[in-house]
Design a protein around this ligand. Structure first.
Ligand SMILES: Nc1ncnc2c1ncn2[C@@H]1O[C@H](COP(=O)(O)OP(=O)(O)OP(=O)(O)O)[C@@H](O)[C@H]1O
Ligand SMILES: [Mg+2]
Length: 363
């Protein structure tokens, strides 16, 4: 348990170039102390490089990293007191679990009794009390990953940095450990900065997420806010699935609404970024209703023809060709009021506040 509120981690214009390429480009972020913060982005977007600069293993070419008021930029990695959990977790195979966890304490010159006590406490934290005398090969992948976590927590780091900590595990195990990692973080109250390219993982574990694209932060915020209010095509597309309708916006007679036209005409909530002119609308497949007859009273409706559907357990995913282009619709499968058949004529409809206007940053 920490005695006081952990300090925020501040990145101010942090940059890194390899050759002529800026792989991290003027990243500024505030990572609140005691939060679970995820860096989410596609492969090669610069997540690991950013994490390595926070850790001190990579020296920035510009900008600074601060913890509270203290500038960490000149502080070497071993003096930052940050814990690291890497992808692949690499436990020492010839050491027991207890020795693996206590290793960093031995390096720091702590005595035997204290090492053992702290290793035991760290293993208890990850629910592996009693596993001290086993060897890594006698553990499951998930248990090994928890040993790696205990090894990083044992010296009570100010901040824990995790790079794809669960990517080596299968889906079921990964989901179990996501919940556990989150629970450990809440219990000890430390700042966790976690790199992942798995959007479900980021959404389920994080207090805040920064979406990384091409070395920059595309958007940063709380998971539900990012999901509901993506600012750009990239974020709407990367974080979950979206339909996109390109069209024109014009003022509507109704207050707070704009009229859109994209092969059909409808109404959308007027928000911050939306103004009259060409615009791109993002619409989640789960926010669209599908019916065989034309819905009355819905300002947004499109006729269409079902081109295919697939059963995904909790949902049925359906592809529909419309005058505004192909659309994806997702309906709950349990007691589905409607069973789409290929070539069937249908109507899609949605509420004005279901769609968001996004920046068109398509490459
Ligand atoms: N030491 C290096 N020398 C040259 N280029 C590098 C070096 N390290 C990383 N890069 C390049 O920088 C870019 C960002 O790499 P980085 O490892 O940070 O991406 P990432 O977002 O972690 O990707 P992934 O999800 O695949 O792990 C990539 O194009 C990579 O090839
Ligand atoms: Mg990486």
């Amino acid at each position: 348990m920490s005695e006081r509120q952990p300090e925020a981690l501040l990145l101010d214009g942090v940059s890194k170039a390899y050759g002529k390429t800026w792989v991290v480009d003027r990243v500024s972020l505030t990572i609140p102390g005691g939060s679970f913060f995820s860096l989410l982005g596609p492969s090669g977007s610069g997540k690991t490089t950013l994490l390595m600069m926070i850790a001190g293993f990579v020296t920035p070419d510009g900008g600074s990293v601060r913890l509270g008021g203290r500038d960490l930029t000149p502080v070497p990695a071993e003096k930052r007191n940050f814990g690291m959990v890497f992808q692949g977790y690499a436990l020492f195979p010839n050491m027991t679990v207890g020795e693996n966890v206590a290793f960093s304490l031995r390096v720091r010159g702590l005595g035997r009794a204290e090492r053992d006590a702290r290793a035991r406490a760290a293993l208890d934290t990850v629910h592996l009390g009693g596993f001290e005398d086993r060897f890594p090969k006698q553990l499951s992948g998930g248990q090994q990953q928890r040993v790696a976590l205990a090894r990083a927590l044992v010296f009570e780091p100010a901040v824990l940095l995790l790079d794809e900590p669960l990517s080596a595990l299968d889906k079921k195990l990964r989901e179990g450990l996501q919940a556990e990692l989150r629970e450990v973080q809440r219990r000890i109250g430390k700042t966790f900065v976690c790199v992942t390219h798995d959007q479900d993982e980021a959404l389920s574990m994080s207090d805040r997420i920064a979406i990384v694209r091409g070395g920059r932060i595309a958007q940063e915020g709380e998971p539900d806010d990012l999901f509901e209010n993506p600012a750009s095509h990239f974020v709407a597309d990367f974080l979950g699935e979206s339909n996109f309708l390109a069209g024109d916006l014009t003022p509507a007679a109704e207050p707070g609404l704009l009229r859109w036209h994209a092969g059909a005409t409808g109404l959308v909530q007027a928000g911050q970024p939306s103004q009259a002119g060409p615009a791109l609308m993002a619409l989640r497949p789960s926010k669209i209703a599908i019916a065989s007859g034309e819905p009355c009273g819905m300002p947004n409706r499109l006729p269409g023809i079902v081109t295919g559907s697939s059963y995904r357990g909790t949902a049925i995913h359906c592809r529909v060709d419309t005058p505004a282009g192909p659309m994806s619709v997702s309906l709950p499968s349990w007691r589905a009021p409607f069973n789409p058949e290929p070539d069937q004529r249908v109507w899609l409809s949605w509420a004005p506040d279901a769609a968001v206007i996004v920046t068109d940053d398509r490459a």
